[in-house]
Design a protein around this ligand. Structure first.
Ligand code: FA5
Length: 344
């Protein structure tokens, strides 16, 4: 009986050596350690052995069983480790290599510049708010001293939603100035606000004009606000965005809702003032319109012009971005071309 058990153990060991997979190992287990295995039958038949052999055979069979069981456990561990290894590519996987970096998005250059502009004004005490892109005739024109049939309406090639003959017609706002009215209707002075947002004009496009572009409107109303406050605020803004060495030009201009009115232009980055296609040969790129809020506009919004005065401005964000980064055509911004956008 003892010899039979030794043969059984030798056969089990030699077969275990050839086992290569988990399923082969399971077959091996059933064959040598299962309920119907020769070893289990040998243990069961101990009762029929002569009493003097029973003890020795039993102990021997149990030793073999324990040995096979521990070899089974060890083999099981080795096989499951090597199957994990194979499933992740075996020896060809170099776990010390750095992981692949996922491409991450970025903010559009116009969004970046809007944030920068708002941060400059926030440092000067202005609050940032936004307003509707679909406006009423009243806010876009009427309340800004541009009644029906006023020739200044031609300055703003308008995209109408309703018939333009309709007194309360809706339109896509042509500038952010309607927010001057909404702010003064809703808040009492002192006021300091900037309003970034999209504006729309029915215009032929060229290197510096698009039919959709962004403006940042600014409004400050308080007692004793003068043209000097306007100029110093806007010059400080230009210095913050373009640096101290860039040429800034301040000239008179006309807008019906301010008196007096002005515009600011920045030296063209491309020709350094010499004149080129981008600046239309003038050497300057206009970035904003400005002026002292017209007393009639103040009065219409319930702000007493005898007590309060204010200044307002509206700047073109694409023009500022063009100058800031040396972009040669405004149409690149909305072309959706990643080769262009990835540069920012
Ligand atoms: C206005 O829109 C006035 N609302 C500005 C203003 C506000 C004046 C408050 C006084 C007081 P203007 O049409 O000039 O003004 O436009 C202002 C700026 O928007 C321009 O200086 C320019 O930088 C930009 N801009 C105008 N039209 C376009 C266009 N088609 N494409 C890109 N930028 C434009």
């Amino acid at each position: 009986m003892q010899q039979e058990l030794d043969r059984l153990e030798a056969a089990a060991l030699s077969e275990l050596h050839d086992v290569k997979t988990i399923s082969q190992l399971e077959e091996w287990r059933i064959r040598y350690l299962g309920k119907k295995s020769a070893l289990t039958s040998a243990l069961r038949s101990l009762g029929s052995q002569p009493p003097e052999q029973r003890r020795a055979v039993g102990a021997h069979a149990n030793t073999i069983k324990a040995n096979l069981q521990s070899l089974l456990n060890a083999k099981q561990e080795t096989l499951s480790l090597s199957s994990i290894d194979q499933s992740i590519g075996g020896a060809s996987l170099d776990v010390t290599l750095p992981g692949r970096s996922m491409p991450i998005g970025r903010l559009h250059p116009i969004t970046q510049v809007i944030q920068e502009i708002c941060a400059v004004f926030a440092r000067m005490g202005f609050q940032v708010i936004d307003g509707p892109e679909v406006e009423r005739d009243y806010y876009n024109f009427e309340a800004l001293n541009i009644p029906h049939d006023h020739p200044a309406r031609d300055m703003f090639a308008t995209l109408w939603i309703d018939s333009k003959e309709d007194r309360d017609a809706r339109l896509l706002r042509t500038h952010t100035s309607p927010m001057q009215i909404r702010i003064m209707e809703q808040h009492k002075p002192p006021l300091r606000f900037v309003v970034p947002g999209r504006t729309y004009r029915y215009e032929a496009t060229d290197a510096t004009h698009d039919w959709m572009f962004h403006q940042v409107e600014g409004l400050a109303v308080d007692t004793d606000i003068t043209l000097r406050d306007l100029k110093e605020t806007l010059f400080e803004f230009c210095r913050s965005i373009f640096g101290r060495d860039t040429g800034v030009r301040f000239r008179c201009d006309y807008f019906p809702f301010v008196e007096p009115g002005g515009e600011i232009a920045i030296e063209c980055f491309q020709c350094k003032g010499g004149g080129c296609r981008l600046c239309g040969g003038t050497g300057w790129l206009e970035i904003l319109g400005t002026g002292m809020v017209h007393p009639d506009v103040l009065a219409r919004c319930g702000v007493d012009p005898a007590v309060y005065s204010g200044f307002a401005f509206g700047m073109g964000v694409e023009r500022i971005t063009i100058l800031r980064y040396g972009v040669d055509d405004i149409r690149h911004f909305y072309s959706g071309d990643f080769r262009f956008l990835r540069q920012f």
